[in-house]
Design a protein around this ligand. Structure first.
Ligand code: ATP
Ligand code: MG
Length: 291
């Protein structure tokens, strides 16, 4: 694996609440280097960098444009950290404009930009005029389906958005970024073992947890309930687009090729992805196809 501590650094800085980040140059390209988020129990580092890497690779595997990621290390005299390098997708005159900003811009919107109530988000799709409504809606729901697969609880309005071309005054969809809060990135070896050995624990991680950052009537969406209800037509259409592109064997190979994971961790990620695939997505897909 690449040790990114040897790479030149830049003064560019990135926001976000989940862990330290620095800007580095690697192979003449700028990367945001993400360090592991600290566990809520403060017991050490989470697996957020591996989860970021895996989540992005899964988006890539189904053809949703996503930031390019490289897994590596960062070695100093203090020790070694697992880090993920995310290729910076901005460039001269092309800046990231997140969905919070777009939402703030719609002055007759009911809610403020960071509010993730679904009806308020969908209302913006209709009211904004910077980007084709269909393209925007499809990206949102494609992301929702893949986030359900990888168990992402943090797709808030700041975690997706647009690239703004300042010279042309034009927006396009930004690649997907920030997948660090997926695949139970906070789970340590004890939790991993309990999920793998206890059917009820695993069921809980498929049917109940995590919930989506998007809310309905103020309550975070339960991925299984929402997708399998088939009530939202655009969500079902996204499932029809994405589901046939998921290749579980390919995803298992991606997991197997991650050098920093032990056998139990590899088994854990494979089980979580496969079970969520079968019991949330395949179940709902069969229901829709039978309709
Ligand atoms: N590949 C990228 N290229 C350019 N800018 C990026 C990229 N990925 C993220 N950013 C910017 O950096 C910010 C922080 O990154 P990221 O969202 O991954 O961090 P985080 O700490 O996990 O965030 P959160 O607070 O949502 O958990 C993003 O909000 C976005 O503005
Ligand atoms: Mg973020």
């Amino acid at each position: 694996m690449i040790d990114f501590a040897r790479m030149p650094t830049l003064h560019k800085a990135y926001g976000g609440a989940n862990g330290k980040k620095i800007s580095i140059v690697y192979n003449n390209e700028i990367y945001m280097l993400k360090f592991p988020a600290v566990s809520v129990k403060k017991a050490g580092d989470t697996n957020s960098c591996v989860c970021e890497y895996l989540g992005c690779r899964i988006f890539q595997s189904v053809g949703v444009p996503v930031q390019e990621v490289l897994l590596g290390t960062y070695t100093t005299s203090q020790g070694q950290k697992i880090v993920v390098a995310c290729k910076d997708f901005t460039s001269q005159g092309v800046v990231l404009q997140d969905f919070v900003s777009t939402k703030n811009q719609i002055i007759d919107s009911e809610y403020q930009g960071c509010k993730t109530e679904l009806s308020g988000i969908l209302d913006i799709f209709d009211k904004q005029s910077a980007i084709d409504r269909e393209e925007l809606s499809q990206r949102f729901w494609d992301m929702f389906i893949v986030d359900a697969l990888i168990g992402n609880w943090d797709r808030h309005n700041g975690n997706w958005g647009f690239l703004y071309n300042t010279a042309a005054d034009e927006l396009s969809l930004a690649p997907v970024y920030d997948c660090g809060s997926c695949l139970f990135s906070q789970a340590d070896m004890t939790i991993i073992e309990s999920i793998l050995s206890d059917k009820n624990e695993l069921n809980d991680r498929v049917y109940n947890r995590p919930t989506s950052a998007i809310t309905v009537n103020g309550k975070r969406i339960n991925y299984f309930d929402f997708i399998s209800s088939c009530d939202n037509e655009e969500c079902s259409e996204a499932l029809k687009r994405i589901f046939p592109k998921i290749d579980i064997t390919h995803l298992e190979n991606i997991i197997d090729e991650i050098p920093v994971l032990n056998d139990l961790q590899k088994q854990f990620y494979k089980v979580i992805v496969k079970q969520r695939y079968e019991r949330i997505l395949r179940y709902s897909y069969s229901k829709i196809s039978g309709k």
